[in-house]
Design a protein around this ligand. Structure first.
Ligand code: SAH
Ligand code: SF4
Length: 340
């Protein structure tokens, strides 16, 4: 059985060719999959029922199952999706009230090998990479289930996208070409895999790179993220400069704020110094509690104090709104399990 979701037009044409149908049929099927987000071949009503029956013998729309769906009081929807091999990942749809943007937060791996101390995903260890179709399927599932069109995609679910770069790049190409989501509306977030950042720089894409920096010095980052022992902040700084020079793009620096650990005024000053020659926006992420550590979220006052100190350094600073915390859908709370 062929899975239609995730195929490009040429691949769909191979199927219609084998069935002796015209190229136009392939275009129709492509539209039903990507623009109308159907669940079943029988919903493709501009195909004759005879042709639909033939198609059903060789193909299905999808083989992904929605195992759990949770809707937060703020409208965020979290899906636990199951693949045929029984592995599950989460995908989150976020709506921001004041904008028409619908942002899908997709997973790139089952589990994650990077194992940052604050993150629920890392605690599971690495299970496997998702292939590009499984990444694409997450967005299609959201569109099928809600009937809405996703406008922005962030690779901020489970997994380290730069450790599965081939599949991530293929999925981005499909989002771009088949979903018609502009590259500027795609964001890849990384814990800082230096050689892969350089590889991305060479590709010179229009998408946004977000770096999870989370600390203003080596010692603090090492406590939070083991990856700092492999690719440290000095190396990262060089890689970021290279990326910005090559692409001309502004990057996003993600900075997790943890009470008394990296939220002090000294940290803000140190961070401003580290970023002074890096063309970036800063996104502050107040820590979301996960069961397995004793970090705490700073008070709103210290979040605002940190923000204004960073603004004094001339950068644009935003504080990430917490979405879906009541259903454990907020950053770092995705564990890939029905119950955490
Ligand atoms: N692996 C990639 C992308 C997935 S994580 C990365 O680490 O960048 C997406 C974002 O959520 C990252 O910035 C990550 O550091 C952050 N995050 C992880 N755990 C968190 C937590 N408990 N509270 C808030 N943000 C968290
Ligand atoms: Fe992996 Fe990102 Fe979680 Fe770190 S924060 S363990 S890199 S998913």
């Amino acid at each position: 059985m062929k899975i239609l979701s995730g195929l490009n037009l040429e691949e769909i044409q191979q199927i219609t060719d084998e069935l002796g149908a015209s190229k136009f049929r392939a275009r129709q099927i492509h539209n039903w999959i990507y623009l109308k987000s159907v669940k079943e071949i029988d919903e493709m009503t501009d195909l004759s029922s005879k042709f639909r029956d033939e198609l059903k013998k060789v193909a299905v729309v999808t083989d992904i199952k929605i195992k759990v769906k949770q809707v937060s009081s703020d409208g965020t929807i979290k899906y636990l999706l199951e693949f045929p091999d029984g592995e599950c990942v989460e995908t989150v749809l976020m709506r921001f009230d004041n904008r028409s943007n619908l942002t899908a937060c997709v997973s790139s791996q089952v589990g994650c090998a990077v194992n940052c101390s604050f993150c629920a995903t890392g605690k599971r260890g690495f299970i496997r990479n998702l292939d590009y179709k499984e990444i694409v399927e997450q967005v299609l599932t959201i569109q099928r289930d809600t009937g809405l069109k996703v406008t922005n995609i962030v690779f901020m679910g489970q997994g380290e996208p730069l450790l599965n770069l081939d599949n991530v790049l293929k999925a981005m190409k499909i989002f771009n070409e088949n979903f018609q989501i502009g590259a500027r509306r795609l964001t890849v977030s990384t814990s800082g895999i230096v050689p892969k950042i350089k590889e991305l720089a060479e590709l010179d894409m229009q998408s946004t790179l977000a770096l999870s920096l989370h600390a203003s010095n080596h010692e603090t980052r090492l406590k939070l993220m083991q990856i700092e022992s492999k690719y440290d902040m000095t190396e990262l700084h060089k890689a970021l400069k290279y990326y910005i020079e090559k692409t001309g793009r502004r990057i996003t620096i993600e900075y997790l704020l943890i009470k008394d650990l990296n939220d002090t005024m000294d940290c803000a000053k140190e961070l401003a110094h580290y970023l002074k020659d890096i063309k970036c926006n800063i996104n502050l992420i107040p820590y979301n509690p996960t069961a397995k550590n004793d970090y705490q979220r700073p008070s709103n006052n210290s979040i605002m104090r940190f923000k204004s100190l960073m603004e004094h350094s001339g950068k644009k600073v935003t504080v990430r709104l917490e979405r879906g915390a009541d259903i454990d859908a907020a950053c770092g709370q995705l564990s890939g399990k029905a119950k955490a």
